[in-house]
Ligand binder design. Structure first.
Ligand code: GCO
Ligand code: MG
Length: 403
């Protein structure tokens, strides 16, 4: 089954998405998500200028060989741009394979290992009262797991606080990134107050998650984890940057609060030590940034050996194509933990038609052949690329900090 065309569509239906479309000689088309928030055109160029020309004439059925061809064949290894591009190709080829077989992708991955995929939604608020209202709203929608973030008193802007609809909270900016500020002490004092508030209001039947977004040192993260233990969080996410995997030993020495890491990972090597030393409980790598279905399954298989579960990144800056791909993986692996679900709002939903469903806090990818996502290229053309950056973060003295 020869590949006859591979093209990249960059569009901005509400936020920027880079979509790869692969066509084959027998008329089957596959799609992949190549979006890297804030660095979209780098992946688009990597695909357009270097990988797409090499796809023409290749056999679309040879997913593993194609993955290895682009990974080993580049000589230069790993990196978010490269691995997002390879991921898009990989996901598009799984989509084609599913359509050719007349089966949803999860059937090709071994079939359903569960009835549905537990997802977590995001509740946030400028005050604890606003957080409560949003948390209640998510409970009313049926969520069994909810992430809680609230504005930190004394800090001008806090990560994770959404405008009313809850689906876009990395503030849009124009030619230059917005600048946020950060103060660790205020955060460490406030986080247990916020968690205590949520547990007091909503009890212990719902899972509560919290994202630290890489802002603490390892020892500060240990202290945070210990201070949250009475409120039994499902996890704390990205407590400290993970380039230094050994640093997580220090966190482990101080707390039993479960730890989730991985949304910025792009390969199994980024989490090898975290997994094999059991320094984390959930690995949050995504299908779109960690080399596609093929490589993400490899990461989760390694994790399974060490009792680490999956918890894939599923923010709104990952398109519905990778969200669907994540659900197919989630449904089929033995060590699934939880899946993040922020959803996508119009007009993205006009461009991507999806078959996945949400019911009572669980999702299912649907039974359509392939990924179950249709991409409307004509509609996408109506929403041209709109350059945006993620914010940057500075401490009160003006020095750069992790955002
Ligand atoms: C999450 C993430 C996102 C990221 C975003 C960056 O847990 O969903 O932290 O909010 O900030 O994906 O593009
Ligand atoms: Mg996060």
């Amino acid at each position: 089954m020869k590949i006859t065309d591979a093209r990249v569509v960059v569009s901005s239906p509400g936020r920027n998405y880079v979509t790869l479309v692969i066509e084959t000689e027998d008329g089957i088309t596959g799609i992949g998500d190549a979006t890297l928030n804030g660095r979209e055109l780098a992946v688009a160029s990597y695909l357009r200028d270097h990988l797409c020309p090499l796809l023409i004439g290749r056999d679309a059925r040879r997913i593993e060989d194609t993955w290895q061809y682009f990974y080993k064949g580049a000589y230069w290894r790993r990196g978010p741009v490269t691995m997002t591009a390879i991921a898009a190709i990989d996901v598009a080829l799984w989509d084609i394979k599913g359509k050719a077989a007349g089966m949803p992708v999860y059937e090709l991955l071994g079939g359903a290992a569960r009835e549905g995929v537990m997802v977590y939604g995001h509740a946030s608020g400028a005050t604890l009262e606003d957080l409560s209202a949003d948390f209640q709203h998510h409970l009313d929608l049926g969520y069994k797991a909810i992430r809680a973030q609230a504005a930190i008193p004394g800090i001008e802007k806090t990560y994770g606080i959404a405008p009313a609809d809850g689906k876009l909270y990395e503030p849009a900016s124009g030619a230059v990134p917005q600048e946020d500020t950060w103060e660790t002490t205020a955060y460490l004092d406030f986080a247990p107050i916020m968690m205590a508030h949520v547990r007091k209001e909503f009890g212990y039947k719902v899972h509560v998650l919290h994202d630290v977004h890489h802002r603490l040192t390892p020892i500060e993260a240990g202290r945070l984890g210990a201070s949250l233990e009475p409120y039994r969080p499902f996890w704390i996410e990205d407590p400290t940057p993970a380039e230094d995997q050994g640093a997580f030993r220090l966190i482990r020495q101080h707390t039993t609060t479960p730890i989730a890491v991985g949304e910025v990972f792009n390969s199994i090597w980024d989490c090898q030590q975290l997994i094999t030393e059991r320094l984390i409980d959930y690995v949050r790598a995504s299908v779109s940034h960690a080399g596609g279905i093929t490589h993400l399954r490899r990461i989760f298989s390694l994790a399974e050996l060490y009792g680490v579960r999956s918890g894939s990144h599923g923010a709104g800056d990952l398109s519905p194509v990778s969200f669907a791909a994540a659900l197919h993986v989630d449904l089929s692996i033995p060590n699934f933990g939880i899946q993040e679900y922020m959803g996508h709002r119009d007009p993205a939903n006009e461009i991507f038609t999806t078959s996945y469903t949400f019911r009572d806090g669980y999702m299912h990818p649907g039974s359509k052949p392939g990924l179950g996502v249709e991409f409307n290229e004509e509609a996408a053309a109506r929403f041209p690329f709109d350059p945006k950056y993620l914010p940057v973060n500075r401490r009160l003295d003006g020095s750069m900090h992790d955002w």
